[in-house]
Design a protein around this ligand. Structure first.
Ligand code: PEP
Length: 250
């Protein structure tokens, strides 16, 4: 059975106290179901608070928004994979467009982060996606292929442990959403990339992200190619997010 992932990227929002209050409200409307999981990516400082509050809830996974590939050392401001793991993280975002385009994270760095996470048994959620000028120049699939190339060294059983989030940069935080058909086209390409490396179509987990909201989530998750969503802004409202995580159940 397809197990949808509803992932919340809280970015630099929700302090530990605010995160606890969020979860108190969210959990009242949360409906665990066999066909879905709800993932939270809080800020590093709220990670442990979210784990503690949600650890016993079925279907909930907590992850870090960013990690460094080194295990320890003089890297002021960074978070190592073992630290995130000790705080209860089971996953981490890698290559989010804000990391790539605001903080200048390179493909090489995303590759190192993916490896560090895999080495410690955490799930990387690798974000890929094109900028508007790249889409207009017809380069969407070339960009996505280049971003996926950091995974080229892995065997199928390792690739299956990695979640991909296709997030067109022009759709993140802008209110513009790719249509389910547009997203499905890129998802099909990514699934084909996985298949070429021996991964069965149903084993690849490919999410869509970019201005997913209460009014468009049902259409997106009902698209066969879309295995879930990565949501920023709309995941900050506990009632909305609980409702979004029920998409397709009602
Ligand atoms: C994101 O941060 O990954 C994202 C998709 O943001 P938003 O939903 O606000 O577009």
């Amino acid at each position: 059975m397809k197990r949808l992932i509803f992932a919340a990227n809280w970015k630099m929002h929700l302090s530990p106290d605010a995160a606890r209050r969020f979860l108190d409200v969210f959990l009242q409307g949360y409906e665990p179901a066999d066909d879905r999981e709800v993932w939270f990516f809080p800020s590093a400082i709220a990670l442990e608070a979210v784990v503690r509050r949600a650890v016993d809830e079925p279907g909930i996974v907590v992850g870090a928004q960013n990690v460094h590939w080194e295990l320890k050392g003089a890297f002021t401001g960074e978070l190592s994979v073992p630290m995130a793991k000790e705080a209860g993280a089971r996953a981490a975002l890698v290559g989010h467009s804000e990391r790539r385009h605001v903080f200048g994270e390179t493909d090489e760095e995303t590759g190192r982060k993916v490896k560090a996470l895999l080495d410690h048994g955490l799930t990387p959620m690798l974000c890929v996606g094109e900028k508007i000028e790249q889409r207009e120049a017809g380069e969407t699939l070339t960009v996505v292929e280049r971003q996926l190339a950091v995974l080229a060294e892995y065997e199928p059983d390792t690739l299956e442990r990695i979640v991909i989030a296709y997030e067109p940069v022009w759709a993140i935080g802008t209110g513009k959403t790719a249509t389910p058909r547009d997203a499905a086209e890129v998802h099909a390409y990514i699934r084909g990339w996985y298949a070429d490396r021996g991964v069965a179509p149903e084993a690849a987990r490919i999410l869509y992200g970019g201005s997913v909201k209460p009014d468009n989530i049902a259409a997106l998750v009902s698209e066969a190619e879309i295995d879930g969503v990565l949501v920023g802004g709309a995941s900050l409202h506990p009632v909305d997010w609980a409702g979004m995580a029920r998409a397709g159940l009602d």
